[in-house]
Design a binder for this molecule. Structure first.
Ligand code: B12
Length: 492
């Protein structure tokens, strides 16, 4: 059996990092981990070929070679997925589909032959058994959340690593919190399930053996979902693993209450983490209460962020406007809050209601939905009929984006952050690609760019005040360029 594993193209969005990746000559931010994991669960004797359309084209030869196409996607890839499936069908290929897009809305894909939904650890084996017996059904689904200690290591070797800026790896699935707008708990459950430290070390060894020295993203829904295992099992093992190795900084997603645990932050930094993404959402307690974001309520969120930065972890943040409790004053409050926190990578979006969330159910019952969410919550659209006038909301939102990514304010935020940040422990060996990226930044941002004045100001300021953070400063200048391109594309 010959299996073509297909990952559709991402649109040009905030997280695609497309415009920043050009500086380091990479094609995509990270590899499709779901497909590589599924590949490891298929019979070893089957032939497998990965085509990630973000890094290379799908050719007629690929299509002619395969017996089956296995497609994975998330909602934001909806459009390119439809085209990709059409292309496979036109080539006479049978299509098997799985992953979050299909688990959320498989009914919309009439051309797919078999849906293997939810987590493949549960649904793939029954599908393969039926396929062998010639009686495969159209839909395989399950409400079980499997033990991921049985999950095999992803087949990294199927991916052409040189095209990616980061590799991703997963320690846990699920989140103990229950934010109304998030579909993590619907997809992966409340009880965080963890792999063993030994499993993760084996996965890391696999990547290291393949020569990987660039960053690794722990794509957990909330790395500290199971704090006991994290502190007692994983982090000590990572501290040990790191000894004698170069490069490989880690980043992850986590909740704000990490700020309450100095020991945890310290262990994470020792283990090599330098960046965390946190859903900060809003400075407004009524909106936090409305969306059940209990972990963020009644806290001094700016002080929390500073504490985390001071411990040596850069904070990237998600922010939302458009809650029912929001009034037009929210726009300026978000701006002040984000500028003060020094969160440089601030993803601010309009509230959307993805299928499968409690928010979707509530608004459906209230008759306040307009179709499906685009899956990209920073494209300035929403499928919600908001309480605030939609025009006021969208104009206010546009104002916030304009402000946050205008070079003057963006670069000011970079300096606020660098003042607080402890240099990361992991030393990244300078490679020729980074050196070229540095010269490209001088040309594109320092000579040709609208931001050139702010670029040079940051350049000189960092050299004199924070020389050890010079690489971080240039990297953030490059990110800013990407964010501005995306903001211009979508909503300006
Ligand atoms: C890493 C990640 C990203 C990376 C993308 C990495 C990549 N190249 O794929 C980045 C940071 C770019 C990203 C961005 C976004 N993401 Co994201 N992301 C994740 C995250 C945290 C991990 C994905 C992963 O690797 N999981 C590990 C693998 C093993 O799990 P899996 O993919 O689910 O695969 C399992 C099953 O689904 C199944 N399976 C998967 N594929 C297939 C295929 C077949 C054929 C079969 C049989 C089975 C199968 O088997 C696997 C093993 O059980 C998930 C959350 C999560 N827990 O998965 C969110 C998630 C996928 N992201 C989500 C969202 C919404 C986004 C954004 C839109 C966020 C935003 N606000 O802008 C953006 C959009 C992307 C863009 N470019 O604009 C949603 C998607 C919801 C949906 N229903 O589609 C998720 C689920 C998070 C959430 N809150 O709900 N994301």
């Amino acid at each position: 059996m010959k299996i073509l594993l297909l990952y559709p193209e991402f649109p040009d969005t905030f997280w695609s990092f497309k415009h920043a990746l050009q500086f380091i000559h990479k094609k995509a931010s990270t590899q499709p981990l779901g497909l590589l994991t599924v590949a490891a669960m298929l019979p070893a004797e089957w032939e497998k070929r990965l085509v990630d359309l973000n890094v290379r084209k799908l050719t007629d030869r690929d299509l002619a070679w395969a017996d089956y196409a296995f497609v994975s996607a998330m909602v934001v890839q909806r459009e390119s997925t439809v085209q990709l499936i059409r292309c496979c069908k036109a080539a006479g290929l049978k299509v098997v589909a799985g992953g979050p897009l299909f688990t959320s809305e498989y009914e919309h894909f009439a051309d797919v032959d078999h849906f293997v939904l939810n987590e493949a650890e549960v649904t793939l084996a029954p599908f393969l058994r039926d396929l062998e017996q010639g009686c495969a059904k159209r839909v395989y689904t399950s409400d079980q959340f499997p033990d991921i200690q049985q999950t095999p290591a992803p087949l990294w070797e199927l991916a052409d690593l040189k095209h990616y800026a980061t590799m991703s790896i997963q320690y846990s699935r699920g989140c103990p919190f229950d934010c109304e707008f998030c579909n993590i708990t619907a997809l992966y459950g409340h009880r965080p399930r963890v792999k063993t430290a030994a499993q993760i070390v084996r996965e890391l060894d696999g990547l290291y053996r393949l020569g990987w020295r660039e960053p690794i993203f722990f794509v957990d829904d909330n790395l500290m979902g199971n704090k006991k295992h994290l502190k007692e099992d994983l982090l000590p093992a990572l501290v040990e693993w790191r000894k004698g190795k170069v490069g490989i900084a880690f980043n992850t997603e986590i909740s704000i209450n990490i700020a309450d645990d100095e020991t945890l932050m310290d262990l994470m930094v020792q283990a090599g983490f330098d960046t965390v993404f946190i859903g900060v959402e809003t400075p407004d307690d009524d909106s936090l209460a409305e969306c059940n974001k209990k972990q963020n309520l009644h806290r001094d969120l700016v002080a929390d962020v500073k504490r985390i930065q001071h411990a040596g972890l850069q904070v990237q943040g998600g922010f939302i406007v458009g809650f029912d409790s929001d009034t037009p004053s929210i726009f300026q409050r978000q701006i002040d809050f984000i500028q003060k926190s020094g969160i440089v990578t601030a993803m601010i979006g309009l509230l959307q209601a993805p299928i499968g969330t409690r928010l979707y159910q509530r608004l459906a019952a209230e008759g306040r939905l307009r179709g499906l969410s685009t899956g990209d919550n920073v494209d300035g659209t929403t499928n919600i009929i908001p309480k605030m006038n939609l025009d006021v909301l969208q104009k206010g939102y546009r104002g916030v984006v304009d402000y946050l990514y205008a070079p003057k304010n963006y670069y000011a935020r970079v300096r606020t952050f660098l003042r607080e940040y402890q240099p990361p422990r992991v030393t990244i060996p300078l490679n020729s690609e980074y050196i070229r990226a540095f010269f490209r930044s001088i040309l594109r941002l320092g000579i040709l760019g609208k931001e050139r004045f702010y670029y040079w100001k940051l350049f000189v300021w960092t050299l004199f005040r924070k020389p050890r953070l010079f690489t971080v400063a240039i990297t953030l200048a490059i990110y800013g360029y990407h964010f501005r391109q995306v903001a211009d594309l979508h909503i300006l």
